[in-house]
Write a protein that binds this ligand. Sequence first.
Ligand code: FRU
Length: 491
Amino acid sequence: MEWTREQRYLLYQQHSALELLKLQAQADNSPEQLRYHIRPASGLLNDPNGFSYFNHAWHVFYQSFPFGAAHGLKSWMHMQSTDLVHWHSRGLALTPDNEYDSHGAYSGSAKQIGDRLFLMYTGNHRDADWVRTPFQLGAWMDKNNHITKLEEPLFRNPNYISEHFRDPQLLEHDGKYYALLGAQDEKTEEGHLALWTSDDLKTGWHDLGYVDFTPHDMGYMIECPNLVNVDGHPVLIFCPQGLSKDVTNYENIYPNTYVTGDKFDFENAKLHGSSQIPVNLDDGFDVYATQAFNTPDGTAYAISWVGLPDIEYPTDSQNWANCLSQVKELHLKDGKLYQQPVAAMTNLRSNKGINVFSNETKIINEHAGQQCELNLTIAADQSGTLHLAANHDLSKSLQIKFDTNRGSLAVDRSTVGESVAEKYGTTRSVVLPTHEDLKLQVFLDHSLAEIFVNDGRHVLTLRYFADQSQQTISFDHAINSTGTLYQLKNI
Ligand code: FRU
């Protein structure tokens, strides 16, 4: 379905409540629907926003257009959890309802200040001629989840930054507040990270300029920046658009990347000891707009949008699209980011492991289904294919092709079911150490696969769209391996 501008930007109250209920039922009943990840109640979900800890609970919001699989008038939907795994919807949180966010309550972050949570986000405003002005806005959420927007913007784009100025991450350092934003230079049309500061959050925001973190051109825009401290090092996570493939090797339409550093100098907006060349945060097909934050005890957690801008997905025809990844704990080893499932993910296991296997195994399970976790160690110096979500003769499956002799792993989604974004390729690969055992932790959730390689050294996240009758997990031939398969519960 083609969406007109009028349909995309119709006010929420102008939509019919009955229509919304039908859309929710359609999303609930979809065979491809996620059962243990955050997914849209209806319509389209994109970026995670406001990932935070407040009032003895974890909070994450998501960008939502509830009326169909389109990027229309965006709001924030609120999800809450006590273990980072079981999430409960707290409903609509920020709606586009004033002059400043009239065309969307766009992405932003959240931080506890005093006994309230401060939400900082971009208000997308357009005038009658469709000229856009981005406003950086604030709102307070109290312990009853009641939200009150500030009446006036915190700041707007200075004249050297174009209409593309958004996605503030609110940070606190040495008693001052900072906001890190994605920006496009008005004159050069190049993407940058911008840093602003304020002593008291509300007034006196001033511009510290672009962040110095790389000598390379970052394309025409950077979206969704995050600065997070991982094991004592600053890590910048961001989404450059139009980045040259001579700088970073990526295949998705837009990558979600990171650089590491030794120290972040807030006053001078500089990442000292920067690794300079952005590398892919996720090696799969569909991760974007990852949001990371440090908990009060310093742990770094991240959650990603699994979906990409400007890409169509097969469930668009069922009027819903996209999901969030599971929460990942971040660590840094030898300058590389490791991403691991949080400990509470094990609470989703509905049994002690229905299939524990060792030694020469071909068929792992013919009834594994598509809501499971597979932990596997493949002994060194072997090659083969692991078929996931496969039919009986393995002619249809999501394939993981590995070679622990030469050190390579590739995920191929071309034979699993309906195709997705084929223009950007049907395989993604990573380099492995040679002659070493390969550890895989694979999560399937009906149309989402999250593949953790070697304790999170790589993660390959992807959507796939297979018939749900494809229940088998099997190697193509007997492989020397050990492992456990678990069924997982709904959240
Ligand atoms: C990234 C993004 C953000 C923006 C939001 C709007 O996916 O384009 O830059 O704030 O989505 O939904």
